[in-house]
Design a protein around this ligand. Structure first.
Ligand code: GLN
Length: 441
């Protein structure tokens, strides 16, 4: 714990604060005493972990890497985090990310861009960039990110580690700052499938404080270490044939497909929605939801208040000065698609498309057990480049957002292409995803 805290202090670009210092050392000392007394300890007891700075942890700052909440202290602890604390895991840091989860590079933050763990000239990915880099560098054993449209899977891929977006509702969102509530998922990042499995089991389960949660059975080690139930996999033809895919990512993916065939698995090429449709549907809905979710941040109950003349002006100045350009773009866009005259044409159309996307997945999973995809069409950009073109940044999410809209369990594994492979299964079948990851190893 001490060693990791020291490393975190020297590498602050992926850390928001290490407020948890003294507490962490005290907790670690207690575990040492238990071990010295010959007591048996739990699987997660004494294991240091990191937390994306969008989770409430009572008494710590939860800034969402934003000016708006830079002095906000959590009054309570998120359910998922509380379960880890109860299991004896030791929280070390709140981690740098794109502000409010808005971004794909972890550059949209007041704490400075997160640097990629493999090549520090490149972005760490986002929005859970700090969490991915901390795990990849070994500063935390696992970290808890948040994935709305790819924010766990893409940085995991950019930093060569595992990152899971579980089925929507498997883990409680209570205490996770809301970005787009209908796709927000709590997701672990780690260096092994085993660690992902353990952490997922601890955090899963029904929570009365999040009515979208459901009860799920524990995923046992034995049940993911065989290949039962994996007969047919599919991939989206149009993802791989697109002009936007990097040539190397494409050829690596096709080599992975051949290797899978050689293991006796049937592979089907499937039809799917175009990247443009997926990205527009996701961003329409995500912007609409974030516009509503962030409306409470007006400097009255929450946020750095900037007094200015009357109340209305105070709201306006508080929000204009404290939200990032990217967050403002989304709030304005979200309010526009929700407003009279636009909502039928844009927002309702987005909802209808989302239903079609979900239906498409349901039909696919009648034919295949797993859908495999590259995590991203291209490799991580240089720090500074992606902020210049927001539209290009949105398009870089083309392969992750569909699985979010479908609320499917999807795991990034650090193999197959430069930014990894995404393994997806039908809703609630997180077990099969982990099993297939084991099978691919
Ligand atoms: N990059 C996507 C977005 O900006 C996904 C972010 C996320 O999952 N939080 O919306």
């Amino acid at each position: 714990v001490q060693e990791k805290l020291d490393l975190l202090k020297q590498n602050t670009h992926h850390t928001v604060n290490s407020l948890l210092d003294t507490q962490a050392l005290e907790l670690a000392a207690k575990v040492d005493v238990k071990i010295a007394n010959g007591e048996t300890i739990g699987l997660l007891e004494g294991i240091p972990f990191g937390i994306k700075d969008v989770y409430m942890v009572q008494g710590t700052y939860t800034t969402a890497s934003s000016d708006l909440l830079k002095n906000y202290k959590s009054a309570y602890t998120a359910t998922a985090i509380q379960k880890l604390l109860d299991a004896g895991a030791i929280p070390l840091v709140k981690e740098n990310c794109d502000s409010f989860g808005h971004g794909s590079s972890s550059e949209n933050t007041i704490f400075g861009a997160v640097k990629n763990a493999i090549n520090p000239d490149l972005v760490g990915g986002g929005s859970s960039g700090g969490s991915a880099v901390n795990v990849a560098k070994g500063y935390t054993v696992f970290s808890i990110g948040g994935d709305t449209g790819g924010s766990v899977r893409q940085p995991a891929g950019y930093n060569n580690i595992y990152g899971l977006k579980p089925t929507y509702g498997r883990i409680s969102r209570f205490g996770l700052m809301a970005y787009a509530s209908s796709t927000d998922c709590v997701g672990p990042l780690a260096k092994s499938i085993e660690d992902i499995r353990i952490v997922l089991n601890v955090m899963s389960g029904k929570d009365i404080k999040d009515q979208t949660t459901y009860a799920s059975a524990e995923i046992k080690d034995e049940s993911i270490s065989n290949s039962e139930g994996i007969k047919t996999i599919g991939y989206f033809k149009n993802f791989i044939e697109s002009d936007a895919i990097d040539a190397q990512v494409k050829s690596d993916f096709l080599v992975s497909i051949e290797k899978i065939k050689a293991k006796g698995i049937e592979v089907k090429a499937l039809d799917f929605f175009e990247a443009n449709t997926l990205v527009s549907t996701y961003y329409t809905l995500a912007m609409a939801e974030t516009a509503s979710n962030l409306s409470r941040l007006d400097g009255t109950n929450y946020g750095e208040r900037i007094e200015s003349g009357n109340l209305k002006e105070t709201y306006s100045v508080t929000r204009s000065e404290n939200f990032s350009e990217e967050s403002k773009r989304r709030i304005v866009g979200g309010n526009q698609v929700l407003s009279q005259g636009f909502s039928d044409e844009i927002y309702l159309k987005g909802l209808a498309l989302r239903d079609q996307i979900s239906e498409n997945f349901e039909n696919d999973f009648k034919e295949v057990d797993i859908i495999l995809s590259p995590v991203t069409p291209s490799t991580p950009p240089k720090i500074g480049d992606s902020l210049k073109d927001p539209h290009a940044m949105y398009l870089s999410d083309a392969y992750t957002v569909g699985f979010s809209l479908g609320q499917l369990p999807t795991l990034t594994v650090p193999q197959g292409t430069a930014t990894g492979l995404q393994i997806s299964a039908a809703k609630n079948n997180d077990e099969l995803v982990l099993k297939f990851a084991n099978f691919l190893k």
